[in-house]
Design a protein around this ligand. Sequence first.
Ligand code: SF4
Length: 336
Amino acid sequence: MRRAEFERLCRNWPFEKGDALTGAVLPLVRGRLAGQRGGKLPVIWIETCDSGDNNISFLNTAAPYADQVFSGMIDLLYSNTFMAAQGRDALWLLQDAHERRKQRYTLVVEGAIPLGGRGRFAVIAWTPAGPLTAYDAVRWLGSAAEYVVALGTCAAFGGPSAARPNPTGCAAVSEVIDGTVINVSGCPVNPDWFVGTLAHLLLYGMPELDERGRPVMFYGSTVHRHCQRRSYFDQKVFAQRLGDRECLFSLGCAGPKTYADCPYRLWVDHVSWPVKANTPCIGCTNPDFPDGSTPFFTPLPEKARLPQKGETAENRKPPRVLGDAARGRASPEPGS
Ligand code: SF4
């Protein structure tokens, strides 16, 4: 399958037969396993500061199903969320994966990276040398990764973890490592966006990214552009209350500034999305989410003028405080 054909399939996923991508990708991967060009995509998956919503949303993937992703697409070398191993065994697996697959694995980071408190708001493991913080782990693993994927808006842009007043000093993955980060944002991520990105990395390498590092095949146009209520907006016919069928701009819809394909991709195996369920888009894929989206039910032009909850003149910008333990440690080795 040619790359352009695959990208068209990803864009049109909801309109194809339910298993179109499964039918296309898994045989390709099997072909690779049998051939000369390597096997599944090796993945190290670190969960840091988020609500766990992204891995739950990922488990809703239906074409391919999660077990098909694990068995037929990716080689999951380490995941502090999904693996059974604990303690020293888990740390050994992480070190072994890093050693054996250097420059060949994809690092998936789910969650923001706390920089305050010497990074100790998120500790991945305890080593003889002390705590391996999320900051340490992402710097260390990111420096040897072939690709880095920031999964969800916390990892991609800081998200709710970095919302004002951001007491833990949470930052996006791209703020703590060098090199390109593929931002698959969303709170949570749509499983198609994540699984499609992994499939693209496996089969064709780096996808085309927008200026915020998001794959264009999923984030190429605004929610507003494809919204089923767009004709109401164009005629300036707005909802008065939740449940009305008109445009929800009057009730705080962030669709005009939000890049994502929710109106036609839909959620929960391509069934529904917020506007279809009579509630405004809250702009969860945006770099300024959630501060730029709240209060959720206030119209966009007014949101921008209102002071945010917890905001003072001093903390108008979230703090980016690099802890003493983290500063200057470029690639810490656990146990060293
Ligand atoms: S409901 Fe939101 S996304 Fe849809 S047309 Fe109105 S403002 Fe745009």
